[in-house]
Ligand binder design. Structure first.
Ligand code: ADE
Length: 231
């Protein structure tokens, strides 16, 4: 099982770069995210546009060779990294994983979320036709949240942040709920057993008798048999 990230490792930074930072406002207000912040995880969302060296706050441009859409410029991404980290943008990846969210990336899974929860991360969201390919000089990883194309990296970054924040010790009030969560090593990569609550019967739909029996060993056996079985 991947260990939970320890909160006594000092302040952890989860940085996100986006052209639409307001997209993260709701997420950053969530209880577990605030709890992680109180425990020393600093999540900051930076706007590329605030650091552009170009006139008229330009951030994108047409693709060389022609074609539809606009490309987020590499000089704009580089300027934002230089300014936020106070070092040359090529050095930023020495201290943290720098991840471009893109449908071309490796698919996010629970194991990767566990790895990313161990240290600082920097997420680069693209928009339009994505980021100029030379971003490969600045990143350590390319990650996708699934084989489909979103309008930008913001939703993907939020999905990734959430999967990571849930692994930070103390962010979720009941740590047992993480250990036995779907895809966790404890469930051998399977999905979590089904959960039921009151009423015990609704419209003739009954909760399995075993869960009402009070026999903990039988309940555990039943749950173990259910793992990964659901549609
Ligand atoms: N940006 C657009 N689509 C994406 C996806 N599926 N995963 C990550 N980033 C994306």
């Amino acid at each position: 099982m991947l260990p939970l990230a320890s909160s006594d490792m000092g302040e952890r930074r989860l940085d996100v770069f986006s052209l639409f930072p307001a997209a993260f406002d709701w997420y950053l207000e969530q209880v577990h995210v605030r709890r992680a912040a109180d425990l020393g995880t600093r999540i900051a969302v930076w706007n590329y546009r605030d650091y552009t060296p170009l006139k008229h706050l330009q951030v994108d441009d047409t693709p060389f060779g022609g074609g539809a859409g606009m490309v987020l410029r590499i000089d704009v991404v580089a300027a934002a990294l230089d300014a936020v980290y106070g070092v040359d943008c090529e050095l930023v990846k020495q201290e943290r994983r720098v991840i471009e969210l893109t449908p071309k990336g490796r698919q996010l899974d629970d194991a990767l979320a566990g790895e990313l929860a161990q240290g600082d991360i920097c997420l680069l969201c693209g928009r339009y036709e994505g980021i100029d390919e030379r971003v490969t000089n600045l990143i350590t990883d390319r990650v996708s949240i699934g084989p489909y194309v979103l309008s930008g990296g913001e939703i993907a970054a939020m999905a990734m942040l959430d999967a990571v924040v849930r692994k930070i010790e103390g962010a979720i009030s009941n740590p047992a709920s993480i250990v036995q969560e779907s895809f966790a090593a404890d469930l051998e990569g399977g999905t979590e057993y089904p959960q039921y609550s009151r009423p015990a019967e609704f419209r003739g739909w009954r909760v399995p008798d075993v869960l009402l029996s009070g026999h903990h060993a039988e309940i555990e056996r039943w749950r173990a048999a259910q793992i990964g079985r659901q549609k």
